[in-house]
Design a protein around this ligand. Structure first.
Ligand SMILES: NC(=O)c1ccc[n+]([C@@H]2O[C@H](COP(=O)([O-])OP(=O)(O)OC[C@H]3O[C@@H](n4cnc5c(N)ncnc54)[C@H](O)[C@@H]3O)[C@@H](O)[C@H]2O)c1
Length: 327
């Protein structure tokens, strides 16, 4: 096995890109997989991929993880770890088209677990989600019962977690599952609120808030997520670990921060809340602290500043990016 060679899926995605970049900078050889689908504007995925391609210790395979035959090219490669960050990730989309979420998030994850078994890969990391915690008392801890999820997306992630456990049990694969809490930052996802808010306010267009804006989210900055995810290489047997900021703020507070950074007032349209949305998310991060020595370092105020700076530096590019979802 080559300790420094890793497989990372979803490398053209938001979290996958920054994780791959950090691994490369830390001297790893990263084989990145992505199917470059058009769920959101592919221009942004290409933008990220071009940056990764500029590194010599990066290799790209365009493949769909839900089709095991497309992974055949990687057969025999002795990766030290697989980071499975590739997924269909939007909550709303999963309600519209559950089938594709099952194919990618469940079957795709299973294909990668099988790949581990066939190729003697001992470590597997899965990106899961705080959406799994529904109607529970915050802060959400990994020990809470999560068998009543509200969205199809969360159901597919919960299912992927269960397959990870059975593969750990059956084949001894060492698995770390991260439940991420609303991740944001530069070059983030155009289907998520922070991207849309910044783009629209910058361009003088109205923003839409579902509900009254008082719903609280445990927004977590991308660099903190990347740091935690990379620490996930540590052997744990099988464990589920929250990565969140553990300081939820109201959505409307984030809008205020963006207004201050951009020096422009937002025009807000309030619409009916989405039934799959949770009123609050908040991570109990004691396990991440204990097992990985990890804690978040970037406050929402600092994170929004850094994100707005990226938008200001890339104004023309962002103008060309569509925030429409394609499901
Ligand atoms: N961003 C968040 O707030 C958040 C929160 C919780 C969990 N997550 C999870 O983290 C992971 C990364 O999310 P993200 O925000 O970077 O999303 P993203 O959509 O930006 O990245 C996912 C990437 O996976 C790729 N992909 C999708 N289907 C694929 C397939 N069949 N084969 C190969 N590649 C495929 C996409 O093209 C995309 O580039 C996902 O598993 C997501 O569910 C994200």
């Amino acid at each position: 096995m080559d300790e420094k060679k890793v497989l990372l899926t979803g490398c053209a995605g938001f979290i996958g890109f920054f994780t791959a970049k950090k691994l490369i900078e830390n001297g790893y050889y990263v084989v990145g997989v992505d199917d470059m689908n058009d769920y959101y504007d592919v221009k942004l995925k290409n933008w990220r991929l071009e940056i990764l391609r500029s590194f010599r210790n990066f290799e790209f395979l365009r493949a769909d993880i839900s089709k095991s035959e497309e992974l055949k090219e990687l057969k025999g490669e002795r990766f030290s770890v697989i980071f499975n960050l590739g997924a269909r990730a939007g909550v709303r989309g999963s309600v519209k088209n559950p089938k594709i979420y099952i194919d990618v998030n469940i079957v795709g994850n299973l294909n990668l677990l099988s790949f581990c078994v066939q190729n003697g890969i001992e470590k597997f990391i899965l990106a899961s989600t705080s959406s799994i915690y529904a109607n529970l008392e915050p802060p959400f801890s990994e020990e809470q019962k999560t068998d009543k999820v509200l969205s199809t997306y969360a159901a597919t992630k919960k299912s992927a977690e269960l397959f990870c456990y059975s593969y750990h049990h059956l084949y001894g694969i060492d698995v770390t599952i991260f439940r991420y809490f609303t991740v944001y930052g530069p070059a983030g996802r155009p289907d998520m609120s922070i991207f849309r808010f910044i783009k629209n306010i910058m361009e003088g267009k109205p923003i839409v808030i579902y509900g009254d804006g008082k719903q609280k989210r445990d927004f977590t900055y991308i660099d903190d997520i990347v740091e935690g995810t990379i620490r996930g290489k540590k052997k744990v047997g099988y464990d589920i670990i929250n990565l969140g900021n553990s300081r939820p703020v109201e959505l409307i507070y984030v809008v205020k921060l963006i207004e201050e950074e951009l020096g422009r007032k937002a025009e807000i349209i309030f619409e009916r809340p989405n039934p799959a949305d949770l009123p609050i998310t908040c991570a109990d991060i004691s396990k991440a602290k204990k097992i990985l020595g990890w804690e978040p370092k970037i406050s929402i105020e600092e994170g929004i500043k850094r994100t707005c700076d990226w938008f200001k530096e890339n104004k023309d590019f962002i103008k060309s990016i569509s925030t429409e979802e394609n499901i």
